[in-house]
Design a protein around this ligand. Structure first.
Ligand code: TA6
Length: 304
């Protein structure tokens, strides 16, 4: 495991988490960190350099197979929700992944030294979770069709990210205005305004921009999601009634979470034998003085 010259703790550490499940801790020298469980290949923690947790994990999360961990970044693969014959959201989130000791090289070089490569067999689903020196969290999935029977492989996919928010009624999402979305399999068009929350939301926005912002008014924090290879974006908050029906989710926890999910849902990705797909999500959390008008949320979306 890699160690940093300035700190005692290793940049990448394999250790035990809840119920003895193996997890990898990533640390950057300025203080940010992330945790990834081999169970589900699931990120369960992402902290900024002030050690503030940026992801939501339910206090009722069950860290025990076959239940998927409620919170963090579950990976929905090879099926999103119930859009196919498999169990809801597929099985990647409740399988044990392995550390990929010899991954093929990444095309883009990265300045990140705190990263881990995981693999889900027998799919050749390779996942790199990396923390940048600035504390950005990057997930890159590479999925290859290794079949020898000449058959194509089709799948849907989502990084089902649970963001931690101070108060859902003070949150707005920018970047999805005027887009088409699916709700209960029907197609609608979003109005011109930023999305705010006052009841259950479960929508799949289609052909979305590569950048989406979540503005947390109370925390004065803006999450920026940058995505590549993932045209859709799912927005989910169960609100009070639905929350009560979810066993591993606290009745009031809906107030402190929001899922915004970089996804490929409407049009399944199809790989011919030998083909590889790459889907990437990059998360940043920036302080925003949005409420005092110093930061125009549109600039967060327009800036690089
Ligand atoms: O991504 C939104 C969604 O598909 C919702 O419909 C909701 O059920 C949620 O995911 C959670 O699903 P889960 O299977 O984890 O309970």
């Amino acid at each position: 495991m890699m160690t940093s010259s300035t700190s005692e703790k290793p940049l990448v550490e394999l250790t035990k988490g809840v119920n003895g499940l193996e997890k990898v801790i990533l640390r950057e020298v300025r203080g940010s960190s992330a945790e990834v469980y081999l169970y589900g290949g699931q990120v369960t923690s992402w902290k900024n350099d002030l050690r503030e947790e940026l992801l939501f994990v339910s206090s009722k999360a069950i860290f025990k197979p076959p239940k998927a961990i409620r919170g963090g970044i579950p990976i929905c693969f090879p099926q999103f929700a119930n859009r196919g014959p498999l169990e809801s959201h597929g099985f990647a989130r409740n399988r044990f992944w392995s550390i990929d000791k010899d991954p093929p090289p990444f095309p883009a070089s990265t300045s990140s030294r705190a990263f881990v490569d995981l693999i889900l067999k027998p799919f050749e689903f390779r996942l790199r979770v990396a923390l940048s020196p600035a504390g950005d969290l990057m997930l890159t999935s590479r999925i290859r069709n290794t079949s020898t029977d000449g058959k194509p492989f089709a799948f849907t996919f989502a990084y089902h990210t649970y963001f931690s928010v101070s108060d859902i009624s003070e949150v707005r999402v920018e970047g999805l205005e005027t887009l088409d979305y699916l709700e209960n399999k029907e197609r609608f068009t979003e109005q011109g305004d930023a999305i705010t929350f006052e009841s259950e939301v479960d929508k799949i926005y289609l052909s979305t921009p590569t950048k989406i912002a979540i503005l947390d008014h109370e925390k004065k924090r803006t999450f920026v999601i940058r995505k590549d290879g993932l045209p859709d974006a799912v927005v989910w908050n169960p609100w009070d009634k639905r929350a009560k029906a979810i066993a591993d989710f606290g009745d009031e926890e809906y107030k402190h979470m929001l899922c915004v999910e970089a996804a490929a849902v409407e049009k399944p990705i199809t790989l011919k034998p030998g083909e590889e797909w790459r889907g990437r999500q990059e998360l940043s959390a920036v302080p925003s003085s949005y409420c005092s008008g110093q930061l125009d949320p549109k600039r967060v979306l327009l800036g690089s």
